[in-house]
Design a protein around this ligand. Sequence first.
Ligand code: MG
Ligand code: MG
Ligand code: MG
Length: 317
Amino acid sequence: MAETIIVVGHKNPDNDAICAAVGYAYLKNQLARKAAGAGEPEAVYKPVRLGPLPPETAWVLQSQGVEEPELIERVEPGQKVVLVDHNELLQAVDGIEEADIVEVVDHHRIGGLSTANPIQFINLPIGSSSTVASLLYRYGGYELPANIAAVMLSSLMTDTVLLKSPTTTQIDRDQAEWLAGIAGVEALEFGRQVIKSRGSGADLPVEKLVAADAKEFQVGDDVVFIAQRETVDSAAVMEREDEMRAYMKQVVADNGYRSFLLLVTDIIEEGSRFICEGDCSLIDKAFGIEVDVPGGVWMPGVLSRKKQAAPPILALA
Ligand code: MG
Ligand code: MG
Ligand code: MG
């Protein structure tokens, strides 16, 4: 019997957490079959997810005829796991401490992971985990079906906010063109379709509006929760400010967070509105602002949690 190896993105999955898992699992299964020759592969790589499908992910998987990764809650002790789009245990599947991390494919800061055995750990400071996975296809010369290329292109485009985020590199632009050629689409046009399929978000239930893409960050003894709502219409989202703040207060109280920072990122206006609940002094200090005001603070040019919002806060630890 082939062993099942789980390929999993972070909690509160965004499009990249799921699409990179799908793309990388497809590659690993191809390699496992090649290694087995005429025999049975030793391992089957299974992409899974830790939360609901974001609307754009549902759209892209459905329109490309790719099966939805199964939703899981935790992993069993000893389960072999490939982490994609994260490497911090705080963001990983429950049970990870007792699991066996066999690989990491990521594009984030390194956050304190250690393993018993040597592992393949591929982390590049580029725009998306799907870009990282696509490089492995490209330079390995492996077979990449059009629909898997489209799935990976979708999250290259969402993670880089249509190649506009400061996380975007020349490698991302090159890989976007390469993936688009295989998928048979125009890269930016396809990216816009993906973003449109997400809607403004303004009609979502408040917990999804605010925290569908949220991550915990350890800052000294405190945990700061940073969520990002990317939207094509931040004014529509901000009409629900009171309701969002009430929800954020509740999350802070329930989880004992130091603060909850929400970035309402407007893809069209190219900036983010910072909304904060809890003790926001760390945020004020990190950015030299007074964030605790009605309407929050507009931060022009801030599109990336990873590169622009989180580092100044983490630097205070
Ligand atoms: Mg992600
Ligand atoms: Mg990512
Ligand atoms: Mg992201």
